[in-house]
Design a protein around this ligand. Structure first.
Ligand SMILES: C[S@@+](CC[C@H](N)C(=O)[O-])C[C@H]1O[C@@H](n2cnc3c(N)ncnc32)[C@H](O)[C@@H]1O
Length: 392
């Protein structure tokens, strides 16, 4: 099957149209021009922050002089686990004409003063705050910018900037309140409701239990949109919702936050390990939800194959993921990620492209894939995608 056929099957279906309509319901009149302007301003702020950080440590200060990679890494005492990330910064800055590269050296950066940097972030903020999301999302990025030298050296843990004093305010701004989070969480909740409704139509409620597994459920941003709708949709159907994450910190909070849903269970699950050996049953899950987690997989192919194995025949995997390169992630959350062992190694990217994802799904035995939003959608420049993947 050609790749286009493979993923357009469900896009034109009623299921695809309902998911798309639900996702759009919370956009509040945002236009493609608003998004494109913001993306441009954010990139300007992020690339300026990278250059400014280098220059405050005395490298890339003289436009004509060449600076070796070794020199750049050494002035920050860059931790071994972050060297690859800083190489990615340099490659991206070169691709986007902020730097030039000759031999093994970088040069040609224009001076970026603190005043210029502040102006760039103010412009991005003006387009973002209150319209595309909470001001806290911008505060979070700026708090990372201020600590970039410490993040590079490993002296600052990136997770502590996302969850300062264990608080979830920044994470909520990113995973619940941003325009993309609202779009993706609505698409996921609608897909779950539609799948459950279809299951009820088959008369399955008398004999079967519906199994939903969420992996990397974290702060429960997607869960919080999915489970109230699910409660309304299940009717007489018996249901189990397994909320999982690698970290007990999130499971403790989720137990409290979702205590009104007696059909929810909570369990540690690591996506880099064999799912069956961690207690999940083969061919049992009707729906697997993976919201913004699969980019943490060491080997995406292996993890998606493992998830397919625990999915029942005809079951659905609902995945939300950043696709392409996100400069703002490279100065923040990428400091929490480890080096992948999948195709990202070849493309030298932090996140997979849509085509790479479709390839992963096809290899893992998917029958069809719905991808949202489509190319003409106002949110497309933000690069975040919802995939609904059905097992053969
Ligand atoms: C970007 S957050 C996902 C957002 C999440 N859906 C939410 O609402 O907060 C990534 C989550 O993946 C979890 N995680 C990271 N590595 C993991 C792994 N190897 N196995 C399972 N979960 C992992 C983190 O603990 C975190 O909760």
């Amino acid at each position: 099957m050609k790749q286009e056929d493979f993923h357009t099957v469900v896009c034109d279906s009623a299921f695809g149209r309902f998911c798309s309509k639900a996702a759009d319901s919370d956009l509040g009149g945002i236009s493609a021009a608003d998004i494109t302007l913001f993306v441009r301003q954010l990139e300007q702020a992020v690339f300026s922050s990278m250059i400014h950080t280098f220059q405050t440590q005395g490298v890339l200060t003289n436009r004509e002089r060449e600076y070796s990679l070794t020199k750049i890494l050494s002035v920050f005492n860059t931790a071994p686990q972050h060297q690859c990330l800083i190489r990615r910064w340099l490659r991206l800055l070169t691709e986007r004409d902020w730097l030039k590269f000759r031999g093994d050296n970088y040069y040609g950066a224009a001076a970026v003063s603190k005043v210029m940097l502040d102006q760039c972030w103010s412009a991005a903020r003006k387009s973002w705050d209150g319209r595309l999301g909470s001001p806290l999302a911008m505060d979070y990025l700026i708090s990372n910018v201020r600590r970039l030298p410490q993040l590079m050296s490993g002296e600052q843990q990136a997770a502590l900037l996302l969850f300062p004093e264990g608080k979830m305010d920044y994470a909520n701004a990113l995973y619940r309140e941003s325009i993309t989070a609202r779009y993706l969480n609505q698409a996921t909740a609608e897909a779950v409701s539609r799948i459950v409704a279809a299951k009820k139509l088959t008369g399955a409620e008398s004999e079967e239990q519906l199994h939903i597994v969420e992996i990397g459920a974290g702060t429960g941003a997607t869960t919080a949109v999915v489970v109230p709708r699910l409660k309304a949709a299940v009717g007489a159907l018996s249901i189990e919702y397994l909320f999982t994450d690698i970290s007990n910190f999130f499971l403790l909070a989720a137990r409290e936050n979702f205590k009104d849903y007696p059909w929810m269970r909570f369990q540690i699950v690591d996506i880099d390990k064999n799912f069956v050996q961690q207690g999940l049953k083969a061919k049992c899950a009707d729906i697997i939800i993976a919201a913004g987690i699969l980019n943490n997989a060491a080997d995406t192919d292996k993890t998606v194959e493992g998830l397919m194995h625990i999915l029942a025949e005809g079951g659905w995997m609902l995945i939300t993921e950043p696709t392409g390169e996100f400069p703002e992630m490279l100065i923040s959350q990428a400091f929490m990620m480890s080096r992948p062992e999948d195709d990202r190694k070849n493309t030298k990217t932090t996140f997979m492209s849509v085509d790479q994802w479709l390839d992963v799904f096809r290899k893992a035995g998917a029958a069809e894939v719905l991808t949202l939003p489509d190319e003409a959608h106002p949110l497309t420049p933000l690069g975040q995608k919802f995939f609904a993947v059905r097992k053969k």
